[in-house]
Design a protein around this ligand. Structure first.
Ligand code: GAL
Length: 694
């Protein structure tokens, strides 16, 4: 551990490697794997993620001999391990001896063994067995020099994020008791005087199941919170075992990008390093925009500390309806994209392509054709290239804008049956706002609704349906200290118990924003309205609001059509800094136009561009910047206004002050730190090719 309490991953340079499942292969292939890994530049391998039944074939009977041989072999080639605690999937013997370990869905159906992650997060039996294996793994490998990182379980919440079994119900009740203390407290928080829901015994409370009609929204919200906490508790329990035995080895669990089911702020606080599994769809031409937000979240979860891309596909996955491969160069671009956004390495699922099981058609670093496969050639080339980028290790991404992500608001807005409109989707709002900022050349960080915001010139809140006074105070203090804040529709509506704020939305931010919502005005499906701002017209859909505006606020845009015609739609109020409120859902062009005004008002330059395919991201150590110029598209582009005194680390070098990037090409430049990240211009789009050829 370093003096400031950080446990870094024990690795030289950037991490490079992937998941390895040696137990799916005869032992003769292991030596070849280790040799080829080394040749491909691999320095880190994740294993044995799903090997519990081999490590503990019968209760309490361990067999580590095979894993010893694998780890020693890897280490003999200088390859370190991201060692899984192997608790992601309980073995058949455990679920047959204790069927209550299996999870139950909301209809009361117990899910069978036969896939993976078949466990109830609240099961004490599962937990006891998982902790015993964790303990055994830590004692066995804790001192092994190859051990770089602990990989706890795998993708918590994948497959099973919620369980409705009796054990989970009992755990939910204990969680509620701890939260509310008394039944009076719970009855008050849940508003049980509505529809005769009053409780007189804790034992009468159940998780929200299939009921006769709409279910109490606070009960639903608490079940979301509890379910996230139940997995967090399990995670922490394993982390505690590992910290006790190996206090200097960092701990992680692999996240799944912007994932609704788990509050990653809490999970990140319990680990040393944030790691993410990212599978942007190569068939989606805008996948890089979504990925940029996911990566923004990953680097922000621990305050800007570098994170690690722990899984991505070398080419196609096997779990979409149609699994499109990555075009030549696309895997490299996607990999460098993650590095640009703060990942200190690139890892894949998986090393050797499976011959059997549900993932036999999932691409791998070493494809079915071995070293002759395209994926092997590309992964070996990337391994070599990453060694030229080791200077970025530990550096931080530069960003002037942060977007607020809050799981309570997300969960609250997912209540299926008691909202003004179910069409106002939290993630769609967040992604839409981010996409508009992306189009204006912004690299966007993510923050909690309580901050800290000081590092940012602009903070945007696409939606904060549930808002506490603490959150409102932090946002208001940021504006009063000179910041620029933009708040989106249906924010500040309820408190943390789902009770509507007195006086209406946006609740504790009414004074700051200078607006009060009199009535929600959701639009029928397929309806569009126009917003007018000066001579400009912006298209809106899904949502509107009847706003009353205070005298000291400016109306920036009004509704131009429909029932709200002539009424305020976008309002701006100066209060130290500037607070904006947007009451509608704008289409992409409208949002871009609005955010262009916001950026101008805050003095943040918008990078001029002709295509969203190009992205410029800068990492810095404070003295030297590393700027990534990424062409995510299939057209060749020419870029100018490159940073002064730059040197190429990898990719096509500048000529005559320009860089030309073919389809999926990336150039990485290093240069002295500038006041602001370089405002590279996209000069021309040269060709309109269909795509690259191998
Ligand atoms: C992840 C998982 C891996 C592998 C991969 C395939 O969700 O952690 O084990 O299944 O997906 O894309």
């Amino acid at each position: 551990m370093t003096q400031d309490g950080v446990r870094p991953i024990r690795l030289d340079g950037l991490a490079y490697g992937g998941d390895y499942n040696p137990d799916q292969w005869p032992e003769e292939t292991w030596a070849e794997d280790a040799r080829l890994m080394r040749e491909a530049g691999v320095n880190l391998v994740s294993l044995p993620v799903f090997s519990w039944p081999l490590l503990e074939p019968r209760e309490g009977e361990y067999d580590f001999a095979w894993l010893d041989r694998v780890v020693d072999l890897l280490w003999s080639q200088g390859i370190r391990v991201d060692l899984a605690t192997a608790t992601a999937t309980p073995p058949a013997w455990l679920v047959r001896a204790h069927p209550e370990v299996l999870p139950v869905d909301r209809n009361g159906v117990r899910l069978e063994f036969g896939s993976r992650q078949a466990y109830c997060p609240s099961s004490p039996v599962f937990r006891e067995h998982a902790l015993r294996l964790t303990d055994a793994m830590a004692r066995r490998y804790g001192d092994h020099e190859a051990l770089a990182l602990w990989h706890v379980s795998n993708e918590y919440g994948d497959h099973v994020a919620r369980c409705w079994c009796p054990e989970s119900a009992a755990h939910f009740r204990r969680w509620l008791q701890a939260r509310y203390g008394t039944l009076d407290g719970l009855n008050d928080a849940w508003g049980t005087s509505c529809w005769g829901q009053h409780y007189t015994e804790w034992a009468h409370i159940e998780p929200p199941r299939c009921a006769t009609g709409p279910i109490n929204p606070t009960q639903q919200l608490d079940f979301e919170r509890f379910s996230s906490d139940a997995l967090l508790e399990l995670f922490r329990a394993e982390v505690d075992v590992l910290r006790e035995i190996t206090p200097n080895i960092p701990v992680t669990t692999n996240f799944m990008s912007l994932f609704r089911e788990l509050d990653y702020w809490d999970f990140a606080a319990a680990e040393d390093v944030v790691t993410d599994d990212a599978y942007p769809d190569p068939a989606d031409p805008a996948a890089h925009v979504g990925a940029a937000l996911n990566y923004g979240l990953m680097r922000s979860l621990k305050g800007g500390q570098p994170w690690l891309l722990l899984e991505q596909a070398p080419s196609a996955v096997s779990w979409r309806d149609v699994n499109v491969p990555k075009a030549p160069g696309q895997m490299r671009a996607m990999s460098l994209h993650a590095v640009a956004h703060g990942s200190d390495g690139v890892m894949f699922f998986q090393w050797r392509q499976a011959r059997f099981g549900p993932e036999k058609f999932h691409s791998a670093m070493l494809g079915h054709r071995g070293t002759a496969s395209r994926s092997y050639r590309e992964t070996a080339a990337l391994g070599r290239e990453l060694s030229a980028l080791s200077a970025v290790k530990g550096t931080r991404v530069r960003s002037a804008v942060a977007l607020v992500v809050d799981w309570d608001a997300w969960w609250g807005l997912s209540a299926p049956d008691s909202l003004p409109s179910v069409r106002l989707d939290w993630a769609t709002q967040a992604r839409g706002w981010h996409a508009a900022l992306f189009a204006l050349g912004q690299t966007v960080d993510v923050v909690r609704a309580t901050g800290p915001f000081d590092a940012y010139e602009i903070v945007v809140v696409p939606n904060l349906y549930a808002m506490t006074d603490e959150q409102a105070d932090a946002l208001a203090a940021y504006v009063r200290g000179g910041g620029t804040l933009v708040v989106g529709p249906f924010s500040g509506v309820v408190d943390h118990t789902e009770k509507v704020h007195d006086g209406g939305a946006p609740g504790p931010l009414r004074a700051l924003l200078g607006v009060a919502v009199d009535e929600w005005w959701p639009l029928p499906d397929d309806a569009h309205e126009t917003l007018r701002s000066g001579g400009r017209a912006w298209r809106a859909h899904t949502w509107g609001e009847w706003l009353e505006v205070s005298g000291d606020a400016d109306v920036v845009a009004t509704y131009g059509s429909g029932d709200l015609a002539g009424r305020p739609a976008v309002v701006r109020r100066a209060d130290g800094g500037t607070a904006w409120y947007l009451s509608a859902v704008l289409d992409h062009d409208g949002l871009v136009a609005l955010f262009r005004d916001v950026l101008r008002g805050a003095g943040v330059p918008a990078t001029p561009g002709t295509t969203d395919d190009v992205e410029v991201v800068t990492r810095t150590d404070g003295a030297t910047d590393v700027t990534f110029l990424l062409n995510h598209g299939r057209r060749t582009v020419r870029l100018s206004d490159l940073p002064a005194d730059s040197r190429v680390l990898t990719g096509p070098p500048p000529a005559d002050g320009h860089v030309t990037l073919g389809p999926f090409d990336v150039t990485v430049l290093t240069h002295p730190t500038t006041d602001r990240p370089p405002a590279v211009r996209i000069l021309t789009t040269l060709t309109d090719e269909k795509g690259p050829s191998a």
